[in-house]
Structures are given as C-alpha cells and as structure tokens.
Write a protein that binds this ligand. Sequence first.
Ligand code: NAP
Length: 286
Amino acid sequence: MKRVALIGHPLGHSVSPAMQNAAFAALGLAWQYLTLNVPPESLPPALDELRRESWVGANVTIPHKERVIRLLDGLTGQARSVGAVNTIFKREGRLVGDNTDVAGFLADLRAQGVEPEAETAVVLGAGGAARAVACALASLGMGLHIVCRREAQGLALAQAVDRLAPVKIFPWTAESFRQAAGGCSLLVNATPLGMAPASRVSPWPREVPLPEGAFVYDLVYNPRRSSLVRRAQHEGLRASGGLGMLVEQGALALERWTGATAPRAVMRRAAVARLEALDVAVPDRR
Ligand code: NAP
C-alpha cells in the first residue's frame, strides 16, 4: 500500500488525515495518509524512512518547515523563494520540497473577494506560514508590516521578500501593534495564537484597535471562528479563518502526489466533519 506522511511535532488533533484519506478514497486510491510525530532530533531518520518505496511523499508542519530543506534533494522555485517547505513529493526517487501554502492562501483570499493590491498588510509572526503569506502578498506588490517577537526571524523573512515590496519589522509590543496597523487594508495572523485548546487567546492586544476597514484573515482554522475573527466580525470588519487555505494547500499537495485533480468538495466536507467532531470532544473550545 502507498503511504503519505504528515511530519510534525506536536501533531495534536490534525485535520489533514481525515481530509486526505477522504480524497484518496474518492479517487479510488488504496493509499493511506499517516501522522508521524517527529521531534526535531529525529527529522533526519524520518526523511530516510520517507525514501523507502512505499512512501509517495509528505506534508511538513510545525516546527520542521524550514529545517527540512537541508535534508531534501531538490526544491521547487516556490519553496526556494519562500524558504519553507510544506509538501514533499518524489521525482525519480528524489525527495523534492514544495510550498503549497502560498497558492493556498492567495486562492482563499480571492475566494473571500479580497484582491490584494498595492496597499499594505500587517502580518503577525515570522515563521514558516508567515513566510508563505509574505511571499504571496509581496509578489503582488503589497507592502508588509511584520510584527514578531524575534527580530532576527523578522529580518530573515524581510530579506526573503524585500526585493519584491517594502517591508518593515515591528517588535511584539502593544505600541508596535498600534503603529503597524496604520494604513493597512489587510491583517493576517500567521502565529498559532488562538488555536485550540487555547482558543480564548487572541494575537491582537485587546487595548489596540484593529486596523480600520481592514479584512482580517486568521490562518488558525481550529476553532473555525477564532477569537480574532470573532472580534473583527463583532467590530463590523470582514474576516475569515484558515479553513479554505487548509483545503486548498492540501488539494495542491495531493495533486503533486497523485497527478489527479483533487476532489476539493470532498476534502472540505471531511475537514469540517473532523473539526466538528473535535469541537464535540472538547465542549469549551469556542
Ligand atoms: P511556526 O513556523 O512555528 O511559526 C509560528 C510563528 O508564530 C513564529 O514567528 C513564532 O515565533 C510565532 N509565535 C508563536 N507563539 C507566539 C507567541 N506566544 N507570541 C508571539 N509570537 C508567537 O509555525 P507555522 O508553520 O508558521 O504556523 C503558524 C500557524 O499557522 C499555526 O497555527 C498553523 O496551524 C497555521 N497554519 C495554517 C495553515 C492553513 O492552511 N490554514 C497553513 C499553515 C499554517 P517564535 O519562533 O519566536 O516561537
């Protein structure tokens, strides 16, 4: 049986196995999508395991998206420009790293009716997902205000995108959030803050107003309406959680592994069913 792995640590209650296994079944493939809980020191042996013939590829998540690069045989142009890998596929036995978060994010933003233009976005976080978001927006000429708690991480991100668009880095303080919000038409949370089970947490300080008139996109998809999304909607802003991005990045990854068109509706239904099951399992999640 062919297998695909989700490599991360910790993996918690991931939605991807339900989504990908439903897609394999809908395509008539007797394939299995399995989670591999891999702490950082075990990443090299996990990649060796992936080289065995039964594995078709993998998804890569927290905290390995950047570190996995040096263990791969090649990268797509997208993965190279982002500096982070969320999908591994095989070409003639070689492990190739790709990044489907960029296209997944942009596709969902557009599905929400947001057309990023030559404006400015505030992005929270500077990790793997923030890199994908920043590359996506900068490639469209959007200026970036990155708010992050480690300056070195922010500067490394800026270095990856500042040839495409202007980038400013802000420290993680209430005053910086206030400054970074100025003139921004889009706010993207690319930190895990607000993710279940800590779903009452918001990355945006309570005492700082959200950017006026902005669209708020939270990459967190569990819970489906995060604390940040609920606040934005309560204040009359348009806002979305990251479920649409999750489905699209997964669909694009599946297309790399199988060569088939992904059954997106099936994947979305499976992801929603899994999230609803998790919600029932932990009643105080909202
Ligand atoms: P990551 O590489 O670990 O980066 C997380 C970023 O958030 C880092 O800059 C990290 O800073 C920062 N951060 C974490 N905790 C923080 C805190 N308490 N205060 C301030 N900053 C904090 O993770 P990632 O892969 O980018 O994922 C980030 C989030 O996006 C996760 O919730 C993930 O599930 C979500 N995501 C969603 C999708 C989707 O399809 N919807 C796709 C990708 C990712 P440090 O490095 O200093 O910790």
